[in-house]
Design a binder for this molecule. Sequence first.
Ligand code: TXA
Ligand code: MG
Length: 321
Amino acid sequence: MAIIGQDISQAKNFLKAGKLVAIPTETVYGLAGNALNTAAVASIFETKNRPSFDPLIIHTSSIERVDDFVGEFPEPLYKLAKKFWPGPLTLLLPRKSNVPDLVTSGLEKVAVRVPDHPLTNSLLEILDFPLAAPSANPFGYISPTTAKHVQDQLGEKIPYILDGGSCQVGLESTIVGMENDQLFIYRLGGLEVADIEKIVGLVQIKNHSSSNPQAPGLLESHYAPRKPFLLGNLDELVSNHLRGKKRFGVMSLSKTFKDVKVEYQKQLSPSGDLKEAAQNLFGFMRYLDEQNIEVILAEEMPVEGLGNAINDRLKRAAAEK
Ligand code: TXA
Ligand code: MG
């Protein structure tokens, strides 16, 4: 199993040797390797079992260091970086030729972000290369928000997990880029659309996958538990399942169900706070996936703020595999 610790110089040594280290961020844990070392990047894909057409995000410690691997920084995107980095925002920027093709799946733009976690930011500062890091889960499964989640699934394949506690945001970064002069959001995430629009005006949302398989790896089914995951009107779903024979679990925003065992029901936020719901989402999905039940029933969140990004994850979890 992987060593779990908080020693950034040990993490640095593994990374310098081309090995992979799981790193905490404010969004989810990442599976990190030297972004400029093709062999290290290849082993990220292999370890996650990720198809090579799904490109990776490069993590660095400051806006200045982006110049090391990015050609040009369009003004509106620079404004967003100034405002929201470090933070849950990923920008698609023209890459320099030192970025391996494998990182971008051959695309001309590279995804970049400065994460916001003290341990990972200190690590990035002492490295002389940036880190490519997808979420540290097997491809298609729920993203990890604790070191233990990573250990449970990838512990046998990597030497070290940097333990930074539970992720504060709990949803992956929001991905923003430009086509011609238009700003697009390619993945809804931990940074709210309204906050972005306050800085750069209206943006278009292109949060879908099927039409564009290589952009934000947003394949229809993703972030998914192994158990069937049904999304709908919870009262109806629960009463139908109470009549059936299958053991089931429930994930609601705040509702409780008196006929369902307490350990088989999870409230994302008893007070209805979407930020708290986002923090709990992936951990609770995993928890229910591990219970002795056959199906998980869930409901969508209010369509506001982070509710949109949470609903995106819920729909993908419910999509047919
Ligand atoms: O919060 C996050 O973004 C986390 C933490 C670890 O930083 N990372 C993360 O990485 O969610 P990953 O690999 O699970 O998701 C990255 C998404 C993928 O859907 C990928 O398709 C998209 O970013 N992406 C990466 N590079 C891209 C590019 N050059 N053009 C378009 N989409 C890109
Ligand atoms: Mg992922």
